[in-house]
Design a protein. Structure first.
Ligand SMILES: [Zn+2]
Length: 288
């Protein structure tokens, strides 16, 4: 499968700045927040704002991008306000994404801390079905694999598969966003060819490879299976460049159903060295 490489970019000063920011960093695709990740007022997508954004996309030669949902989402919350807020925010991000022409919106489902795994899972499923019920847009929803701190939802392939089973019949559901750091911290290794093969075999058996839609490519500040969400620059962490080489090699062998299908690989590392990270990924991709 064709692979496109990019990173998370800022929308400071207006969403229309994102394509320019991405182009300056050498991105082939990119990721944004369309609003503050910590909550607060939501910038309106006026016709003018959408027009400027699309003009920027064209000017810098981008055909696609993806949206990361805010961090305040928790479908497992015991507070009705947070639960219902999560539903309306994710639905709104899908609608906003469709206006802007985003390929995907990805989000972290939340935590079972308040309700426990059984009740929590029930509520997460109900909430996500409400998000997608009646949705007619073009942007697809992805669940991001979590780094299992506390009672986080979606840190195992089994939990993700449970959600996929409920959501796959809905228009607008895409599948999983595989964050290499989160997965590594949750016990899925990619450091060697054998580890990559084994991890993808598990993914195929438990979830199904057709639901592997994109990846956040981050190295890990923390050791294997340490259940913490800590991104590091490629090669400076515990996964290492060799692991990413094996990972990309494997992804590039994915068979595609549609001819123009591709896999976005998005870096979420600090911007001090993100350009180096992008170059590393491009080199690995071009070798595979
Ligand atoms: Zn991520």
């Amino acid at each position: 499968m064709k692979i496109k490489i990019g990173c998370h970019v800022s929308i400071a000063g207006g969403i229309f700045n994102a394509p320019k920011n991405a182009a300056e960093l050498g991105c082939e695709t990119f990721q944004i927040f369309t609003r503050s990740p910590q909550g607060g007022p939501v910038p309106a997508l006026t016709d003018e704002a959408v027009g400027l954004f699309k003009a920027g996309m064209q000017q810098h030669g981008f055909t696609d991008f993806v949206i990361h949902a805010p961090y305040i989402i928790n479908f497992g919350s015991g507070k009705p306000q947070t639960f219902h807020g999560s539903i309306s925010i994710i639905r709104a991000e899908l609608e906003r994404g469709s206006l802007l022409g985003a390929k995907y919106v990805m989000f972290h489902p939340g935590s079972f801390k308040d309700l426990g795994p059984e009740e929590g899972m029930k509520q997460v499923k109900a909430g996500l079905q409400e998000v997608l019920g009646g949705y007619k847009g073009t942007t697809e929803l992805l669940i991001e694999i979590s780094a299992g701190a506390g009672q986080v939802v979606g840190d195992t392939f089994e939990e993700l598969a449970e959600l996929v089973a409920v959501l796959k019949k809905y228009h607008g559901f895409g599948g999983i966003c595989y964050d290499t750091q989160h997965a590594f911290a949750s016990g899925y290794d990619i450091r060697t060819q054998l580890a990559v093969t084994d991890t993808f075999k598990k993914f195929e058996e438990v979830i199904g490879l057709e639901y592997f839609r994109m990846s956040h490519v981050n190295d890990s500040k923390v050791e294997f299976a340490s259940h913490k969400d800590r991104h590091e620059h490629l090669g400076d962490g515990h996964i290492g460049v060799k692991g990413f080489g094996e990972f990309i090699q494997h992804l590039s062998q994915f068979k595609t159903k549609e001819e123009n299908q591709f896999m976005p690989l998005i870096l979420e590392t600090e911007h001090d060295k993100v350009q180096t990270d992008i170059e590393i990924l491009k080199k690995l991709r071009n070798k595979s």
